[in-house]
Design a protein around this ligand. Structure first.
Ligand code: NAD
Ligand code: DAU
Length: 352
């Protein structure tokens, strides 16, 4: 089986590729990625010599190149993660999100449809989406997003992801394209770009920089360790019902300020700093525009139907994550200085 993973040089994509390339030596895994600021081939240093792994640098917004790639490669499946993924950036530059997340997804759908038109059976377009498409839940209520929750996106990022989910369903309904969609909650773990809450704050604590908490820090997110998301994707890819959706979460809601305090305590401990010193870095700043209050997922369907469950509890996952960043300061430095962008030139461009 030949699988194209789009966005494989990003945070979740790199964990998924590591898992697929190692656990399924018979599969050929192609990482299709543009290498935006969020794509880092150093995330796959331990994978890039495997014989069943290949990297191709392409922009999903370029229909001509994407359809040519599909014609040549004739993939059996696409797992689509490539996206602009950071809410704050979508507030600054919504068009980048509309281009990649909507137009890019449409280009992949068209290319898959044209390539598979004579035989759709056994093929799969797996679209990786987010719980943010469902909007925001009330604080303090026992309510959850499920596969049946109505779409109500609130940010340019979530609106572009919602639109892409609709396109994927429309291609299934109209052309019979075999699809599956998953909507996951907040991921955390190694190799996450230090613009998202957890790696940004780990990096700032390490360098004793201020910790900018948006608003009063009362917003709630449901956190899932990234390898557990990769295992959910693997499970759905192999066993999930085609034409349907799966909601994935950690059953692990944290108010931002509580999570940040826990992070500060763990970091003080691990860095041998005085208890309470990292918390002094907390600074309450202007809230994110349109900031969604609460996300929480009911993962009942994937748990009962496909027997998936998260493997790590949060304190264990967070501690493991901090240890990874402390053990990989070079990765963090290369990312924050921009030096990581040279990785492609050094290792790939010369090889053609
Ligand atoms: P990321 O920002 O770390 O990585 C995105 C990857 O896509 C990068 O490698 C980037 O180079 C690539 N990319 C961006 N634009 C491209 C283009 N035009 N053509 C080709 N490649 C392009 O993102 P992530 O956090 O790993 O998220 C991956 C997917 O999972 C996204 O679709 C996101 O919406 C979804 N998701 C993320 C989370 C989360 O918490 N991070 C949760 C649920 C769903
Ligand atoms: O729910 C899934 C989504 O989770 C994914 O679809 C997105 O790709 C991913 O980025 C994430 O979105 P969030 O906006 O929830 O993640 P972020 O890490 O940016 O923020 C988490 C919470 O922390 C949120 O309530 C905003 C707050 N925050 C974030 C940053 C970066 C701060 O208070 N300060 C910060 O500096």
């Amino acid at each position: 089986m030949k699988i194209v993973v789009t966005g494989g040089a990003g945070f979740i994509g790199s964990h998924l590729i590591r898992r697929l390339a190692n656990e399924y030596p018979d599969y050929q895994v192609i990482n299709l990625d543009k290498l935006t600021y969020a794509g880092n081939l150093a995330n796959l240093k331990d994978v890039d010599q495997l014989p069943n792994y290949q990297f191709v640098r392409l922009d999903i917004v370029n229909l001509k190149e994407i359809s040519h790639f599909f014609e040549i490669e004739q993939p059996d499946a696409v797992i689509h993660l490539a996206a602009e993924s950071h809410v704050d950036r979508s507030i600054e530059d919504p068009l980048a999100f509309i281009n990649t997340n909507l137009v890019g997804t449409a280009n992949l759908l068209l290319s898959a449809k044209n390539t598979w038109k004579s035989k759709m059976e056994g093929k799969l377009f797996f679209h990786i989406s987010t719980d943010e498409v469902f909007g925001s839940l009330e604080l303090g209520k026992n309510t959850f997003f499920t596969e049946n929750t109505s779409y109500d996106p609130k940010s340019p990022y979530s609106a572009s992801k919602a639109g892409s989910d609709h396109l994927v369903r429309a291609f299934h309904h109209t052309y019979g394209l075999p699809i599956v969609i998953s909507n996951c909650s907040n991921n955390y773990g190694p190799y996450q770009f230090p613009e998202k809450l957890i790696p940004l704050f780990i990096n700032n604590i390490l360098h004793q920089k201020s910790l900018p908490v948006y608003g009063a820090g009362i917003n709630v997110r449901d956190w899932l360790y990234v390898e557990d998301h990769a295992s959910a994707i693997d499970t759905i890819f192999h066993k999930g019902n085609r034409g349907t959706t799966y909601a994935i979460g950690g059953n692990n809601e944290w108010k931002n300020i509580d999570l940040i305090r826990l992070l500060c305590q763990l970091m003080d401990d691990k860095l041998g700093r005085e208890k309470g010193s990292s918390e002094e870095l907390i600074s309450f700043v202007t809230d994110r525009a349109g900031h969604d209050l609460r996300y929480a997922i009911d993962s009942g369907k994937i748990m009962t139907e496909l027997n998936w469950k998260p493997s790590l509890d949060f304190e264990e996952g967070l501690s493991k994550t901090i240890d990874w960043y402390l053990d990989n300061k070079e990765w963090l430095e290369e990312v924050t200085s921009g030096a990581y962008m040279e990785y492609y030139n050094k290792y790939y461009k010369d090889r053609g």
